[in-house]
Design a protein around this ligand. Structure first.
Ligand SMILES: [Zn+2]
Length: 500
């Protein structure tokens, strides 16, 4: 050992010197965190400076929007229901924060206020208070609005984690990893030379998918007073473009139309909005339609549960886990602790499947039309690491059973019939019928919102549904809806008749 030491001494000292040089070089080189801060500060400078961005109290944007809804296509082989371009008009007041959204072809008003809650009003239809998850989404969007993103990213509540450089299409980019104030990790891309933010990349939790990969791309930076802002913003979800915004006018710090931000007090809307704001549960009001058959009515989405001798069948698992947990609590109150054996989905759309995972976690088998098998399996098996839900925390292996044309579920006393109703809304659609009780559960075929007056809104597929039910020879007295209030079959018949 000694000889070795002596032999290697000169070489070792060379190593030590090299290490010392390297160490000195390292000290001179900024750390990845310092580099990250520098390029973000450059980006802020290119947009008019951090101080100017901080001083943005409100921003109004007008232009055009092209929106497509993820998980709402007619066929399950496609991800998107592609919307048509529509006018965009939105004011965000960062001081509260709150926003007024007057976008859309029809007269739609949507107000979201972090202190008062929110509501949505569509011309001719009932006013609706916004649910807790919707308010959370607003807060997230206000924080990551491109006018404010750098203020938060460089603030004390965010952490700059890393810096790197990448080439995309032969163009070099600075990339900064930020643990943002919303707790999510954002990859922020800035082009060399332009300095401004080109793209944000992040993964967020979204029903019914769980971890959802998202990108937001900014373009057409122009001056608005002393600030430079993008006039184009494109959002991709799961690699599909779900929103493309092109703005023609952006105004900063204008006088706000205070009256338009108010939530109407009619039908205690303001109270409902306020109480939903911080609710940790979603109200579900059970109505007993027949012995052992319950309609579970919530804010915007409903379902139904049916008691059999040894088990419970649930029609539809809509919205999210918050609603499912409340429905399950109501099931325990109304029919006791019989196992929930079946959860039947009417169709694959995201709003009607957002809560099915909670039932699968309870051990329920999900029954769906054969066309939906792959998408339902995907929903039941996708990773939920950002916001672990009951299913991801349970050891349950999700069970799916499919229906091609018809299926009868009976224990001799109670009978539930399932029927495939081909229609233009969704290509794997099941109607759920209780022959003895003469009730039918359906979603989206007929939705009469609570408090809505005038003729029910008829869709092209409402008639397809009506015809399919008549052709099946089903005798229906009452319609139990996935959205809106209970209706009589005669209301549907009369509405179709007067529309002819
Ligand atoms: Zn639908």
């Amino acid at each position: 050992m000694k000889t070795f030491n002596t032999q290697f001494q000169p070489r070792l000292s060379i190593v030590f010197i090299s290490l010392a040089v390297l160490f000195q070089l390292n000290c001179a080189e900024p750390t990845p965190q310092e580099q990250a801060r520098r390029v973000l500060e450059d980006a802020a400078e290119a947009m008019g400076g951090l101080e100017a961005l901080r001083n943005i109290e409100n921003i109004s944007r007008e232009g055009n929007a092209q929106r497509s809804s993820l998980g709402q296509a007619r066929v399950t082989s496609e991800r998107l229901l592609v919307g048509s371009p529509s006018p965009y008009r939105k004011v965000i007041d960062f001081t509260v924060p709150r926003e007024l959204n007057l976008s859309g072809e029809r007269e739609i008003i949507q107000v979201a206020d972090a202190k008062k809650g929110g509501y949505r009003s569509v011309q001719g239809r009932a006013l609706r208070a916004l649910e807790p998850w919707q308010m959370d989404r607003y807060q997230t969007e206000w924080d990551r609005d491109i006018a404010k993103f750098l203020v938060h990213a460089l603030g004390d509540d965010s952490t700059l984690e890393d810096y790197s450089r990448v080439d995309i299409d032969d163009k070099p980019y600075h990339v900064v990893d930020v643990r943002f104030i919303d707790g999510l990790l954002y990859k922020v891309y800035m082009g060399h030379g332009t300095d401004v933010i080109w793209k944000l990349e992040f993964t967020e939790d979204r029903n019914p998918y769980g971890d959802l990969a998202k990108e937001r791309i900014f373009d057409h930076y122009l001056e608005v007073g002393n600030i430079t802002l993008p006039f184009s913003e494109t959002t991709k979800e799961m690699d599909e473009i779900t929103q493309a915004l092109e703005w023609s006018v952006i105004t900063i710090n204008q006088d706000l139309p205070e009256d338009r931000f108010q939530i109407p007090t009619e039908a205690s809307l303001a109270d409902r909005a306020q109480s939903l704001l911080q609710a940790d549960t979603l109200p579900v009001v059970p109505t007993e339609l027949a012995p052992g058959v319950y309609f579970g009515e919530s804010v915007s989405m409903n379902n139904m549960w049916v008691e059999f001798d040894d088990f419970v069948l649930v029609a539809e698992g809509p919205n999210n886990e918050m609603q499912s947990l409340e429905v399950i609590r109501q099931i325990r109150e109304t029919v006791g602790d019989k196992p929930i054996r079946y959860l039947v989905t009417t169709h694959h759309h995201a709003d009607h499947t957002g809560g099915i995972r909670t039932y699968a976690a309870e051990g329920a088998t999900v029954i769906t039309h054969a066309n939906n098998e792959a998408i339902i399996r995907e929903i039941l098996t996708r990773p939920h690491t950002l916001k672990p839900d009951r299913l991801s925390q349970s050891q349950q292996e999700p069970q799916i059973e499919t229906v091609e044309d018809r299926r009868t579920i009976t224990d001799g006393t109670r009978t539930v019939e399932l029927l495939h109703v081909p229609n233009a809304h969704a290509d794997g659609y099941l109607a759920i019928y209780l022959p003895r009780e003469r009730l039918i559960f359906q979603s989206d075929m007929l939705s009469i919102l609570q408090g809505e007056t005038g003729d029910p809104v008829l869709r092209p597929y409402t008639k397809e549904f009506y015809d399919a039910v008549r052709q099946a020879g089903w005798r229906v007295d009452r319609i139990v809806p996935g959205h809106g209030r209970l209706a009589d079959w005669s209301e549907l018949a009369e509405a179709l008749q007067s529309a002819e």
